[in-house]
Structure formats: C-alpha cells, structure tokens
Design a protein around this ligand. Structure first.
Ligand SMILES: NC(=O)c1ccc[n+]([C@@H]2O[C@H](COP(=O)([O-])OP(=O)(O)OC[C@H]3O[C@@H](n4cnc5c(N)ncnc54)[C@H](OP(=O)(O)O)[C@@H]3O)[C@@H](O)[C@H]2O)c1
Length: 157
C-alpha cells in the first residue's frame, strides 16, 4: 500500500475476524497507520473495541444481500473464514463454508468495490485431484475465485 499523506487511508474488510487467522489480520490492520478502517464481518460480537474497528453482523454468509452495502469503499478484503474438517459433518458442509461463502463474499465485494483486492486464506497442498476432501474443496475455491477476479491466494500448511 502506498498512499499520499492527504489521501484517506485504506479500508479493509475481514471475514472470519473472530478466528485465529482473522483476529491476527484484524490486529495487524488496526495497528497499521495506513489502514483507516477495519470492517469485521462476523456472526458474533468481537471482544474488541477500537476507533478504527467497525463490526458488521452477518447471520448468513451464503446470502450477503443484507450486508453487501457495507462493502462499498473497501479496498482489500481478507477472507479468513473457514474451519477444520474435524468441525463439519461432511464434505457438503465443508464446501459450503469454503467455496459457497468465499464466492459470495468475493462477488458481493466486487459488486460494491470493483477495484478491491480479495485475499483467500487457503491451505498448503490444495489440489483438485487430492485424495483429501479439504484439499480438493479449497483447490476448487481457488480456481473459481481466480476466474471471477484477480484473487490472491495465501496458503498455509
Ligand atoms: N490457523 C492456521 O494455522 C491455519 C493453517 C492453514 C489454513 N488455515 C485456514 O485459515 C482459515 C481460518 O482458520 P482459523 O485457524 O483462523 O480458524 P478458526 O480459528 O476456527 O476461525 C474460523 C473463523 O471462521 C468462522 N466460521 C467458521 N465456520 C463458520 C460458518 N459455518 N459460518 C460462519 N463463520 C464461520 C468462525 O466464526 P465463529 O468464531 O463465529 O465460529 C471464525 O471467525 C481456514 O480456512 C483454515 O483452513 C489456517
């Protein structure tokens, strides 16, 4: 991010802000003087108060119609929402969270802020042909996200 002193700061949206990756992203953004506002899209309140933080409560991450307007003016969106295969009932639920929700977020973001960047926190070793369900699902999310925009994929493993 480079920005002249007289320009407003960067506005960042974070999905999954109550989780490990998302909370770290929120903390880093709040501490960064180049960031003027952090919009945390969350289904439950964050135990956090900060002048730059704005919480956006979302009850259904598959249908973002009610909160889409909050993504106007966002320049970067960090999609840290996700979970372990251990926490879901099966592949359908895992796919809903990691593909359906991610695509809904990216599409809503780009409808409101067409120039915004979208970063998807994926996983190490994702592959459409993997023997592991989670790796196939995250690879599908990466492929589909990259088809709708210039999506940055961050892999941890
Ligand atoms: N942490 C790591 O070391 C690591 C390593 C590799 C990849 N990743 C990837 O990074 C992503 C986040 O991981 P994490 O470790 O930060 O997970 P986490 O601590 O369990 O946090 C998950 C976040 O996603 C939200 N979430 C989960 N299921 C949801 C659902 N069904 N509907 C709405 N929100 C939901 C949680 O909201 P609530 O708080 O409301 O439940 C929370 O904000 C995952 O995709 C994970 O695979 C993480």
């Amino acid at each position: 991010m480079t920005r002249a002193e007289d320009q407003p700061g960067h506005v960042v949206a974070v999905f999954g802000s109550s989780g490990t990756a998302g909370a770290g992203a929120v903390e880093a953004c709040l501490a960064d003087p180049r960031v003027s506002e952090v919009r945390a899209v969350t289904r439950r309140p964050l135990a956090l108060s900060h002048a730059k933080l704005r919480e956006i409560t979302c009850s259904d991450f598959g249908v973002l119609t009610a909160i889409t307007h909050h993504l106007a003016g966002v320049e970067s969106c960090l999609f840290c929402l996700g979970t372990s295969v251990r926490n879901v009932k099966g592949g359908d639920e895992y796919r809903t969270i990691h593909v359906t929700y991610a695509l809904a977020a990216a599409r809503s973001l780009l409808a409101q802020s067409p120039e915004a960047s979208f970063l998807y926190v994926s996983g190490g070793g994702t592959n459409r042909n993997s023997r592991w369900m989670w790796a196939r699902v995250k690879a599908e999310a990466e492929d589909r996200l990259m088809r709708i925009s210039a999506i940055a994929i961050t892999q941890f493993g």
